[in-house]
Design a protein around this ligand. Sequence first.
Ligand code: AMP
Ligand code: GLY
Length: 421
Amino acid sequence: MKKNVLVIGGGGREHAIVYSLSRSPEVGKIYCAPGNAGIAQLAECHPEIKATDLDGVVAFVRSHGDIYLTVVAPDDPLAAGMVDRLEAEGFRAFGPRANAARLEASKSFAKDLMKKYGIPTAAYEVFTDYDAAAAYLETCSYPTVLKADGLALGKGVLICADRAEAMAGLKEIMLDKAFGSAGNTLVVEDFLTGFECSALAFCDGKTIVPMTTSQDHKRALDGDRGLNTGGMGTFSPSYKVGPAMEKRIYDEVLRPTLDGLNAEGIEFKGVLYAGLMINGDDIKVLEYNARFGDPETQVILPRLKTDLFDIFEACIDGTLDKVDIEWTGSCAVCVIAASGGYPEAYEKGKEIEIGQLDDNVVVFHAGTAMKDGKLVTSGGRVLGVTALAPTLAAARDLAYANIKKVRFDKMHYRTDILKEL
Ligand code: AMP
Ligand code: GLY
């Protein structure tokens, strides 16, 4: 019998997860909370239930006797223990429990784990006291990197060129609490150079299976200028990471991370994401996430041949070693269409037009909603155009040819994703 699934979240990542699950012959009805206008074409959306509403989600699963599995995709509900809550009620859930999600939710926890288990990362110091941090910033070398300890929507990282910038950043994080209680603890780490790569892997607590590689473009504007965003474009696979480097990422980062967590008595089931900085032969972990990346998922899952539902099942049951995870030979590129002004203030409610898309192109919705029967913008990152083709250059050209068919007032997108190819 087919099984019904609830997906928590409402962005492009969740649209890509719902899209993959909808292709599984084992999956019946899909529910999504809160979802968005694109997801609503494949799933029954519940905009009244926010992704962070633990009580609401548990009550929803309890009242719908027909939900077999809940997939918790975003960081906040994972860190808050949504999987723990569902399991405590006897429900099946995909994602790490709160103790394992700390890998993302606390940067000092992640850094200490890396230090203890010899996982390569930038040298760092942790401070809970403003004066001690200020004294350290007098003597450290520049540029330096300040990180608020907790979840801060990807914004709690400040790269400071000199001491004056660092002192201003320190005040912002620890005194003004610009990122709320995330700023009670501060990590100061060495500035690294190189290229960034996302290494995602499925984990069942014992086995860790790397996904195909991908790369994100985090700055808002062409030429990596402008502010850091949640991600403006991705491609997969990363042409900069060959098989030898992939093996090193497994041996030196992914495997030891899972082993280290196990040694600490923490079982990690779900998606482990290591954000890496690679410079020549040097690999260093910038951060961990305890979930699928957004918009990495929009280029990774369309390349997955294996049934995603089967992989989720194996992660929960501890049988990942029995699953053969296969990828298609095609390449994928995703370009994000954002609201003008994002990641700072932007307007919502702009009507969106999407023309006739070419084959091998999917639009994953992120910040969209239906209003009076019309598709409108409702967030900073509005949608992502993912294109698949035999080469990265062809996928890039197809993505750009199709993003031109998307229109809304003040739409902004980067024009330089993979320009170098
Ligand atoms: P994080 O949330 O830790 O990934 O940081 C966000 C972004 O800040 C990363 O994707 C990098 O672009 C940048 N970043 C973080 N840590 C460092 C570092 N130690 N050196 C240089 N850039 C960094
Ligand atoms: N694309 C970066 C992230 O999901 O955190």
